[in-house]
Design a binder for this molecule. Structure first.
Ligand SMILES: Nc1ncnc2c1ncn2[C@@H]1O[C@H](COP(=O)(O)OP(=O)(O)O)[C@@H](O)[C@H]1O
Ligand SMILES: CC(=O)N[C@@H](CCC(=O)OP(=O)(O)O)C(=O)O
Length: 261
């Protein structure tokens, strides 16, 4: 869809996002752009799991999700984090609708690897009609990454994967990952642009690790569809967001996949 931007807000940066960030979203909507927010909440989940004395571990950036963990994840993401974000968008004078992948069949998922990861899902189908209807009403959908499978079981979805699947399915023009670092760093320096091949190499050599892995993998997956541009940027930077070139790491399709001019 033309003029559609999917913004993924990482849990690492959610509490630091300033009113100017949310004012920018209002400016975007007023200028005729359509905005979808997909959010994470990893640190918020960790805090609640600690309070509940529930252990959780990560495998390649994905949280191993037992039934106990799933219940806490759902409570934190769909409840606390989602509603806090809806409130902040609305304080900037834009109406937002908070929902999860469960609501309106928004995100159907399949288990990734139930034996090793438990209830971790990956999106297989997005109800784009529902999203378009909200966008047509000038509402900003704020989406928590919990999905449902065919049997009605709930799954924890990495928020980067959810954002990429939603960007792909809605044919968004842009996907922006807002996180707590300036972009992909190598030896402390920002990599301003990288092709998918270069990103694969960065994973292989260990420069990209942990929570950055699902982010770059999701970025690359979205680029195999209609998404034109993926940027990873810092939510703390006070740059005038989206008014020109975003500052961060821009990931582009491999040169061999570029259309011939
Ligand atoms: N090459 C890299 N450049 C920057 N950050 C990296 C890199 N590799 C791993 N990371 C880690 O990825 C983190 C961002 O991922 P994550 O914590 O999952 O954030 P979010 O909650 O925004 O999704 C950074 O804070 C950093 O610790
Ligand atoms: C399967 C899986 O790992 N799900 C994530 C969902 C939240 C998330 O992705 O939050 P961030 O964007 O802040 O990392 C989790 O449980 O932490």
């Amino acid at each position: 869809m033309k003029d559609l931007i999917v913004i993924k807000c990482g849990g690492s940066t959610l509490d630091q996002l300033t009113p100017s960030f949310f004012n920018t979203i209002t400016d975007l909507v007023k200028s005729g752009k359509k905005v979808i927010i997909v959010h994470g909440g990893g640190p918020h989940i960790n805090q609640t799991l600690n309070q509940l004395n529930i252990e959780s571990t990560f495998v390649n950036g994905l949280r191993k999700t037992t039934l106990d963990v799933l219940q806490a994840v759902e409570m934190v993401l769909c409840g606390k984090v989602n509603k806090a974000l809806v409130t902040k968008v609305q304080l900037a004078d834009t109406l937002a609708v908070g929902l999860s992948g469960l609501d309106g069949g928004l995100m159907k998922v399949e288990a990734v690897d139930e034996e090793n990861l438990g209830f971790v899902g990956e999106p297989v189908q997005i109800n784009t009609d529902l999203i378009y209807q909200l966008l047509d009403q000038h509402l900003v959908p704020v989406i928590a990454p919990i999905g449902m499978n065919e049997e009605g079981h709930h799954y924890n979805v990495n928020a980067d994967s959810a954002a990429a699947a939603i960007a792909r399915a809605t044919q968004a023009e842009e996907l922006v990952f807002v996180t707590d670092v300036d972009g992909i760093l190598k030896n402390g320096d920002l990599i301003e642009s990288a092709t998918c091949e270069e990103v694969d190499q960065l994973i292989e050599e260990g420069t990209v690790y942990g929570g950055m892995i699902p982010k770059v993998k999701a970025a690359m997956k979205s680029l195999t569809g209609n998404v034109q541009s993926v940027t990873i940027m810092n939510g703390k930077s006070d740059q005038s967001l989206f008014n020109g070139d975003l500052i961060g790491t821009k990931i582009s399709k491999s040169l061999s996949n570029q259309p011939v001019m």
